[in-house]
Ligand binder design. Structure first.
Ligand SMILES: [Zn+2]
Length: 328
């Protein structure tokens, strides 16, 4: 099965079965210390206006009222846009194959044996996730604020109290808890909203910072939504837009999961901007999507299929697609 099928009552468990592709994880040294990561995040917050357009974020520019309507505002894909999504989707999985830090696809990951929390790979993965948590929290905050603006969820003064409540919940998260029984899943429990539970297979197999940031961001969005459904309107807006663009019906839990993934790709893209390296841009940004490069492309009641997820996310973020194809 391409996706785990464990159900989760929303009142108790959020974001269950967020399986991500994992692979052996050489216990590598992180590129930045947590404190440095925090400073990077502060930097990001201070230059949001500059970074967000570069990161894609739907590339929603404030058009004058007299501007011609674009495919973006009409929510209709041109043939050129469809071709770009095809190319970008292929680029994600091509990059994964060549990437020493590439994630393993979900279906491959699910076939792997359980991994004790004391295994070196799980320990290294847990340390990496904990190290990147502060950065991911800041990047989620930036992403949520941007999406609230892009989807016109703010009041006239640019404020949305429900988004703010979600951000407050995100800021309170403190701990990564590795768990062998969770295997290739990550979860958050509403009764313990300061902790993200990570399966050890999952932790051990995320060989890149970008992959870890995207997964952390995904779970943080679930936490931000919480039992109050703080992000309900955002999930609805993203689901509606994705539905129009893909001609699929994306609502309810699949819309929430897609929004969590969308924030994950945004957060990972911001992270790439904030931590320059000699690695090719497409390789780095593909890491937030590469776990979806499955052989058996199956969804479930809560999740779109992995490959449809890739396409939906690229459809929502045309700038990311162009960067994957053109490398800039
Ligand atoms: Zn989820």
């Amino acid at each position: 099965m391409a996706q785990p099928l464990i159900k989760h009552p929303a009142s108790e468990l959020k974001g269950r079965a967020d399986a991500r592709g994992l692979r052996e994880s050489p216990a590598r040294t992180g590129r930045i210390a947590a404190s440095v990561g925090f400073r990077i995040s502060v930097f990001l917050l201070s230059v949001t206006v500059l970074l967000l357009p570069a990161a894609g974020a739907f590339a929603q520019k404030r058009l004058p009222r007299t501007a011609p309507r674009t495919s973006h505002t009409r929510d209709v894909l041109s043939p050129e846009a469809r071709e770009m999504i095809d190319l970008a989707s292929a680029a994600v999985c091509k990059e994964r194959l060549a990437d020493p830090k590439g994630s393993v696809p979900i279906d491959d990951m699910q076939a792997r044996p359980s991994l004790p929390v004391t295994s070196p790979e799980a320990v290294a993965g847990a340390e990496r996730a904990q190290r990147l948590l502060a950065t991911a929290k800041n990047l989620v905050e930036v992403s949520l604020r941007r999406l609230a603006a892009d989807y016109k969820l703010n009041s006239r003064n640019g404020y949305n109290p429900r988004i703010q409540r979600a951000i407050t919940r995100v800021r309170a998260v403190k701990t990564i808890r590795p768990d062998m029984d969770s295997r290739d899943n990550a979860s958050v429990f509403l009764k313990n909203p300061q902790t993200i539970v990570f399966g050890t297979i999952f932790l051990a197999g995320l060989p890149s910072d970008e992959g870890v940031v995207s997964v952390l961001a995904h779970e943080l969005v679930h936490i931000g939504d919480g039992g109050e459904d703080n992000l309900k309107l955002l999930f609805l807006a993203v689901g509606n837009r994705a539905s129009r663009l893909t001609s699929l019906k994306i609502q309810g839990q699949p819309a929430e999961e897609l929004t969590c993934d969308l924030v994950g790709t945004l957060a990972a893209r911001f992270y790439v901007s904030a931590t320059p390296s000699y690695e090719p841009l497409p390789r780095r940004i593909s890491r937030s999507l590469a776990h979806n490069c499955v052989e058996q492309d199956e969804g479930d009641d809560d999740h779109l299929s992995p490959k449809i997820t890739i396409r939906a996310l690229l459809t929502l973020n045309p700038t990311l697609s162009r960067e994957l194809v053109y490398g800039r």
